[in-house]
Design a protein around this ligand. Structure first.
Ligand code: F6R
Length: 614
């Protein structure tokens, strides 16, 4: 999704902005642009469709002299990806340049009114409407830029993070947010602005996350000032970042996705650290302890999420129902928000989001809060919007996930949901102490078991060659392996562009079985659990129709192994802990198939890491 970078200071801004844009590439984009506030009183804008490297090529012979500026990666919402629609956008007289992340819902009404006043437009974007509106107000009211921005934002309906610079004031950026993220990095005599902290982490660890309705005034030689739309001064709340620059680099791997798959023993260890104590017999999530009464009295839990996080949510349902005996419903956040949900103060809503910024999930959180439900967040990005909006919650602590396809965040989310269910089970006494100890001990072993599973890498790489040109895939699982099948299918389709469907294995005979033939491989997730025997008959049904089978089974499996064309063996685990283990081979399979097809696995087409628009 769109990314914003800004800088005011004493250094060459071009290099800082370009490096920052590269750091934000993981969010997904289709064009990039830069506005440099030249000290001679001119703003130079350079834009290019495609990669940030295209923009760099375009800028080679341009005037890049400037000490402040703003830059942007665009993910098209209004108007096709093109040089023209790329940001920054100039105001009509070239006095202002603006970048924007989000969508202005009433842009057409504003545009029509501005056209009536004689304004002309160069692009199809809602963003250009905003910069023209700011300029129009500035001239009409004869006011300064800050007042014009405040006034314009009061007229705007929608989500935005914006940054504006002005020709006559080259050392100042005015930035504002509503529902789209924006962080300010405070350095020594220099200030940074970005959609998240990754572009400035190598320069400063002091960050300020803007809140909805806040405007930051970033000016050279001045301390950061934040005001509201009503011009009331807000507190500048500085957070010390824990992220390091090495976490943002590939560390010898060809792709971030592969690095992140291989990081999972470490990330899972980090996720468990301090939460599974007393040799596995005490499982403590501070978020649950803080909300003990709420969890003890909850009549229902509703989990909201999107995409991969929704698959983790489905696993959360199995975990919480099995371990805590509380009824759980799982909803796509995008459906939940428009479904007239019925909630009250005895409901707990859990919102799961890696980025903590997904617009639909954030909207669901706000609705749930307004209806009186207690809202618990599970997120990865410290300081992001969802953790700030929720009553309490848990971070998954897996470090920055750069690859667009979620891998380590998924296993981190499932791990936190497992710990959450056991933590609640402990306080509600819905599980015998011995059972909690048994699971706690097994959880402690998960990082080393994942390490073992990763040894399947070479076998999976070889196997992937056979299936690189398959046109369709079916992923089948039952019980805890059903959400794993959904996640395996999503992973394959998003990075290899092969059509793949995940299904509950028994449901296959009600329709998808018609698709099975020698051309249609099925990936069957069948660890030794209480539905193992049931899935054996599903495997027979696929075999009988000539379909080839890749089976994920436990070491020593004797039945499905004999029926499958390819077998990937993983160690046996207690049933509720199998998803973390069985999802690893599926991540690797998708990765290698996509690589064989020459696809850009870290930045798949049309996808964004952080979906901050509806
Ligand atoms: C898939 C993927 C997406 C995200 C979804 C929600 O690999 O990454 O499906 O899971 O966009 O994102 P978050 O978890 O940031 O809310």
């Amino acid at each position: 999704m769109c990314g914003i970078v800004g800088y005011v200071g004493d250094n060459n801004v071009y290099d800082i902005l370009i490096k920052g844009l590269h750091r934000l590439e993981y969010r997904g984009y289709d064009s990039a642009g830069i506005a440099l506030a030249n000290p001679s009183g001119k703003i130079n804008i350079y834009k290019s469709q495609g990669k940030v490297s295209n923009l760099e090529d375009f800028c080679k012979d341009k005037n890049l002299e400037a000490k402040s500026g703003i830059a942007h990666t665009r993910w098209a919402t209004h108007g096709e990806p093109s040089d023209n629609n790329a940001h920054p956008h100039f105001s009509e007289d070239g006095n202002l340049a603006l970048v924007h992340n989000g969508t202005i819902e009433n842009y057409q009404v504003i545009k029509d009114a501005l056209i009536e006043q004689g304004c002309t437009f160069q692009s199809e974007t809602d963003t250009e409407v905003l910069v023209q509106l700011i300029e129009y107000i500035k001239i009409k009211n004869n006011c300064n830029l800050l007042d014009a921005v405040r006034e314009a934002l009061k007229q705007v309906v929608g989500a935005y993070a914006i940054a504006v610079i002005e020709k006559d004031n080259p050392d100042r950026i005015i930035a504002a947010r509503n529902s789209s993220p924006l962080a300010v990095g405070i350095g020594d005599n220099e200030t940074f602005l970005a959609s998240d902290a990754t572009p400035f982490i190598e320069y400063t660890k002091d960050a300020v996350y803007l809140k909805d309705g806040e405007i930051a005034i970033i000016e050279k030689g001045e301390p950061l000032k934040i005001v509201t739309l009503e011009n009331k001064e807000s507190k500048v709340d500085i957070t010390t970042l824990e992220m390091s620059i090495s976490q943002l680099e590939k560390g010898g791997y060809d792709h971030f996705m592969l690095k992140e798959i291989f990081e999972q023993p470490t990330t899972l260890r980090d996720c468990i650290r301090g939460r599974v104590i007393n040799n596995g017999c005490n499982i403590m999530l501070s978020g649950v302890m803080d909300s003990k009464e709420k969890f003890l009295n909850a009549k229902r839990i509703v989990i909201v999420a999107c995409g991969t996080s929704w698959h983790a949510a489905l696993l959360g349902k199995y975990l919480i129902q099995d371990n805590c005996k509380i009824p759980v419903e799982v909803e796509y956040a995008s459906e939940f928000r428009y479904s007239n949900p019925i909630l009250d103060e005895r409901d707990i809503v859990i919102a799961i989001s890696q980025s903590g910024e997904t617009a639909d999930t954030l909207a669901a959180v706000k609705i749930a809060k307004d209806m009186g439900a207690y809202v618990y967040g599970i997120s990865n990005v410290v300081g992001s919007s969802i953790p700030r909006e929720t009553h309490s919650g848990t971070y998954i602590h897996v470090g920055p996930e750069i690859g667009v396809a979620s891998t380590k965040a998924f296993t981190g989310q499932v791990m936190v949901l497992t710990l959450l269910s056991l933590s609640i089970a402990q306080i509600k006494k819905t599980m015998p102490y011995e059972k909690i100890c048994e699971l706690g001990k097994a959880i402690i072993k998960i990082p080393s078991i994942v390490q073992r599973v990763l040894k399947l890498n070479d076998k999976i790489e070889k196997l992937s060659m056979k299936y690189t040109y398959a046109k369709n895939f079916l992923y089948l699982g039952r019980g805890y392996s059903y959400p794993v099948a959904l996640e395996g299918a999503l992973k394959l389709k998003e990075i290899s562009y092969i059509h793949a469907e995940g299904y509950p294995a028994a449901e296959m005979k009600h329709g998808p079985i018609a698709l099975i033939d020698a051309e249609m491989p099925s990936v069957i997730i069948a660890p030794m659990d209480h539905v193992y025997e049931k899935i054996v008959s599903n495997v027979q049904q696929v075999k009988a129709r000539g379909g080839s089978i890749i089976a994920i089974v436990n070491e020593g499996d004797e039945i499905i192994s004999k029926m499958a064309d390819h077998v990937l063996e993983v160690p046996e685990m207690p049933e509720c802990l199998t998803p973390i283990i069985t999802s690893i081979p599926l991540q690797l399979l998708s990765y290698y198939i996509a690589i064989n097809k020459g696809k850009d696995v870290d930045m798949p087409r049309n996808l964004a890491k952080s979906v901050t628009v509806e």
